[in-house]
Design a protein around this ligand. Structure first.
Ligand SMILES: Cc1ncc(COP(=O)(O)O)c(C=O)c1O
Length: 386
């Protein structure tokens, strides 16, 4: 292997997560797998075909560059949807390849019609409504202009969806705001329908609303974090447990599908009282056996985990000591008898009976799972574990 670490993606864990999620959505709700942010760090090119093998045929990305990557590896029957950025120049490409995209600005709508005419084919659009997140979407005040435009251009526009996004359904603190958003969405979509702009499907829910506000699942859910085996927040997990009469934290139906592994590059004895690595960040109290692991902040292992992070060696949680460097970190392996160069080091995942989850890793540096995952660089090789 040319790389200093690698990522494994566990197919049976993905299958099991998808089965659980299908149980939550019910059979009639479409499942859209959100693979933006390089499939939350798992790798679009690896994750998408695997998800297809597990029965998924609808994928959502943020932008045209991600859509291109997804398009290159998808099966013909799978659909790709862009939820964010696409330049007008790429709209023709999207129309030609049946890639649907969100519209939330009038000039994009006009550009979509232009691209559709050029391709002599309808542009597949999802009309995003502003319901209170105040991010992107057509405002309620623009409803007449919007519906007039849509109805007038139905020969060129395929209204695949009407949609919105909730502003933090993973926290009960946002309860009232979410309730308002649900009401605003319903009012807006009924208005569009009444005036003749009826979309094929409505979709609003991502992972947290599917659990916390199940009626928001409508015709399709757009699921990111939960398919990868993580809860959007501890609160959402607690909500799931209480809704289902479960009392143990171990009743977690989701399985993390990612593992990240490296190996020991060098071993060295350091005397009691010496400093380890740069500066005076870490001083040994006893004679210490240290191991250098060739993973650093350039590989996505945060510098904030200096003197704080843990990795697994010989099934033990061992501490990161000193600063995390650009390309390596030092860990204390004094309590791993028989430890040798090239022994496996688990940065995320399990070894023997121990486990380092992304969330424990994230808690230590105050990142949410989402951020820790997407920081994993594209260059780290990914392997599928069947
Ligand atoms: C518009 C939209 N839909 C769906 C998702 C997926 O969210 P989650 O990963 O919480 O399921 C996101 C992610 O932020 C999003 O921005």
């Amino acid at each position: 292997m040319f790389h200093t670490s690698y990522i494994e993606i566990n197919k049976s864990a993905l299958k099991s997560n998808l089965r659980f999620l299908k149980g939550l959505t019910g059979p009639d709700v479409r499942f859209c797998s959100v693979i933006k942010g390089n499939a939350y760090g798992h790798g679009i090119e690896h994750f998408l075909p695997l998800a297809e093998e597990c029965g998924v045929d609808h994928f959502a990305v943020h932008s045209a560059d991600e859509a291109l990557r997804a398009h290159m590896v998808r099966r013909k029957e799978s659909h790709v949807m862009i939820m964010g950025m696409i330049d007008d120049d790429q709209l023709s490409w999207a129309v030609e390849n049946d890639i649907s995209f969100y519209v939330f600005e009038f000039d994009r709508l006009e550009a979509a019609v232009y691209a559709a005419k050029k391709q002599n084919k309808k542009a597949r659009i999802h009309v995003e409504l502003e319901t209170g997140m105040n991010r992107i979407g057509f405002a309620w005040e623009d409803r007449d202009k919007l519906v007039t435009f849509l109805v007038r251009n139905l020969d060129h526009l395929h209204l695949m969806g009407v949609c919105t996004h909730f502003a933090g359904a993973e926290s009960i603190a946002n309860y009232l705001r979410i309730q308002n958003q649900i009401a605003n969405f319903n009012r807006y979509q009924w208005y569009l329908r009444k005036k003749g702009a009826r979309a094929e499907i409505s979709h609003t829910a991502c992972s947290a609303p599917l659990v916390a506000y199940p009626h928001t699942k409508m015709d399709m859910v757009r699921i990111g974090i939960m398919q990868y085996g993580f809860w959007p927040s501890k609160e959402t997990f607690m909500q799931y447990l209480t809704q289902n009469g479960k009392t143990k934290m171990t009743d977690n139906p989701l399985r993390q599908i990612i593992s990240w592994k490296s190996k020991i590059m060098s071993l060295k004895k350091v005397k009691a009282g010496d400093f380890v690595g740069y500066g005076t960040v870490y001083q040994t109290t006893d004679d210490t056996l240290i191991a250098a692991v060739p993973v650093g902040y350039s590989h996505g292992f945060s510098r904030s985990l200096s003197n704080l992070g843990k990795v697994l060696v010989h099934g033990r949680r061992v501490p990161v000591i000193g600063m995390v460097n650009m390309n390596m970190m030092i860990v204390d392996v004094s309590h791993c008898p028989g430890v040798k160069r090239y022994d496996e080091v688990v940065l995320i995942g399990s070894q023997r009976n121990n486990r380092i989850t992304v969330s424990s890793f994230s808690d230590m540096v105050n990142y949410v799972n989402y951020e820790s995952l997407v920081r994993l660089p594209r260059e780290i090789p990914r392997f599928i574990l069947e």
